[in-house]
Design a binder for this molecule. Sequence first.
Ligand code: ADP
Length: 274
Amino acid sequence: LEINLVPVFHSVEEFGGVLLVLQDVSAIRRLERMRSEFVANVSHELKTPIAAVKGFAETLLGGAVNDPEVAKSFLQIIYDESERLNRLIGDILELSKVESRRVPLQFSPVELSSFTAKTVELLSAQAASKGITIETDVENDLYLEADEDRLRQIVMNLLANGINYTPEGGKVTMKVEAVSLGKPAPVPDGVESDYDHVRIWITDTGIGIPKKDLPRIFERFYRVDKARSRSSGGTGLGLSIVKHLVDLHKGSITVESTVGVGSTFMIELPVIQQ
Ligand code: ADP
């Protein structure tokens, strides 16, 4: 609690008394703490690839450059770590934008079966390289008011995680279904629809997430297995970005998972924004 005394004047000469201001600053303090934790996390995350780039460059300069084989493998590491830095910085900027709600969303009607087909197509090479099949199950003519690019970003993140955390030969499924939770909404062309929400389910047959980690996976930089996330190019920021983007669409996201069996992420979005 912060206590301030503020003098009050009715006019330049007339002193009216003292105003006692009691302000609960715990929320402000909490925000400050979160911000400084974030800065500490970011610095730590950035230091690791920078240390690798610097270390391998030093070793090259120290003479390793004369052995072409060694030089090549060190240069590859330097290249990979620079790429990682790029991804990290991109994700950090993106997260800070969505966190502060500095993203002007462009809402328009999105037809979900062609949206799904297009989105899955973008990940087909990545899935094929691991022998993973992506299946879809979407009714025709389901509409949703959304920022199409942002919605794609949400779904691609979840599908990419499904692919990353599923062993070779597995399966990732995207299912879309319309639900009615209350008052049916008009669909974007003005006709009344019998659904007011859309649920998107993304299921994989992957490694799963332990129960104790489930509540934390939407936190920034939280990973169940750091080495595994790193080797698949992860930054630990994807799900926090997804969570914020879903919030910006007034939706919610939930997850269920069984270790060794797979995970299911479910996004529920209102059909109409307002
Ligand atoms: P990352 O870049 O590490 O994938 P995310 O924010 O996307 O970061 O996810 C956070 C963590 O949640 C991951 O490191 C991983 O441990 C876990 N995770 C996310 N999606 C899945 C999934 N489909 N299957 C298993 N674990 C997952």
